[in-house]
Design a protein around this ligand. Structure first.
Ligand code: ADP
Length: 326
């Protein structure tokens, strides 16, 4: 690939609040730097089906505050095959797109890494996922908004849990990462969080019950990360009903509402910074990197590092929750 004149943008995989703010930032930063921009619809699928449109600054007006993604998102099986990626590349060439900025989670960045290796296409990733599970960045676009949505819900659940003196298991998203559950529990004053990172090492329910969770309280809220590793909130509710029938147990699964809503100021700001940084990165000749923010500085994280490494949970957070929930 020679000089970059036109940048293609796509959003892929699970949607996250703030993706629109990122689309706006990439578009405006590219145009500011005299590049042209094309919006690719429905993630990698749009590259294959050629659903591509030129974007001007007005295409991204009035979207910074909107959840979801104006480019739509999708999961595209065809892109996981060499044949599918060959069609994607042909369409890119036909459309005159010289580089891609991909906003998505680890699956989307894995696709970008493979595509960039096969076709020598400069690809820059932006971490767009509510799960915060990408290594090398302190936070991801959408995580803060999802966390605040969880808090709103738990504050309401707390009212009914206290009135009825119940034990609530609240299931939150996060896939194989416990960031939403753990930080959601700390910020909402919940009693415990059951997270995948520790599910194979300790019986977190046993520990919670053994610690005498009802010593000073008449209700309790336990956040459970939705994951095959934890087994989900229903699994724990069933266990408690069987093993501790004295407790009045309820389950609340927050589900897809965690993905929606207007992005918080924090998510809008990081999406704007990362979006602008993706164009700087392309102009500096960077490729195959995810834009991250580390200690409030923009960093470039090689795709392989961002995807392959598990982002560790700080033991300090686990201790804070344990200490403050007595
Ligand atoms: P997320 O980006 O939210 O983690 P997915 O894991 O569903 O979401 O991935 C989104 C899309 O990225 C997939 O539908 C597929 O098109 C592409 N993708 C994921 N893994 C690969 C892969 N190994 N090779 C090529 N493309 C992939």
């Amino acid at each position: 690939m020679g000089e970059i004149k036109c940048v293609g943008i796509l959003t892929s995989g699970g949607d996250a609040p703030g993706m629109n703010a990122a689309i706006r930032a990439i578009t405006r930063a590219a145009i500011y730097n005299n590049l042209s921009v094309k919006g690719i619809y429905r993630g990698y699928r749009g590259l294959i089906t050629d659903e591509i449109q030129e974007f001007k600054t007005e295409n991204v007006s009035n979207i910074i505050q909107r959840g979801g993604t104006i480019l739509k998102t999708a999961r595209c099986k065809e892109f996981t095959t060499p044949e599918g990626r060959a069609i994607a590349y042909e369409n890119m060439k036909k459309e005159g797109i010289d580089a891609l900025v991909i906003i998505g989670g680890d699956g989307s960045l894995t696709g970008a890494r493979i595509f960039a290796q096969e076709y020598d296409v400069p690809c820059i990733g932006l971490p767009g996922t509510i799960d915060n599970d990408l290594y090398g960045t302190d936070t991801t676009i959408g995580y803060d908004t999802a966390l605040n949505t969880i808090l709103d819900a738990i504050d309401k659940i707390r009212d009914t849990a206290t009135s009825h003196e119940r034990l609530f298991f609240v299931e939150v998203m996060g896939r194989d990462a416990g960031f939403l559950a753990l930080n959601g529990a700390i910020a909402s004053g919940s009693e415990a969080a059951i997270i995948p990172e520790f599910s194979t090492e300790v019986d977190q329910l046993e520990e919670f019950i053994k610690n005498g969770f009802r010593k000073s309280k008449n209700s309790s809220i336990v956040l459970v990360a939705e994951s095959p590793i934890t087994g989900g909130a229903m699994h724990f509710a069933e266990r408690v009903k069987k093993e501790y029938p004295q407790y009045d147990v309820r389950v609340s699964i927050l589900g897809h509402l965690q993905r929606g809503g207007s992005p918080t100021a924090h998510d809008r700001i990081i999406a704007s910074r990362m979006g602008a940084a993706s164009i700087d990165a392309l102009m500096e000749g960077q490729r195959n990197v995810m834009i991250g923010i580390n200690h409030d500085e923009i960093v470039y994280v090689p795709f392989t590092k961002a995807i392959k490494n598990d982002k560790p949970i700080k033991p300090e957070l686990v201790n804070v929750l344990r200490e403050l929930s007595i």
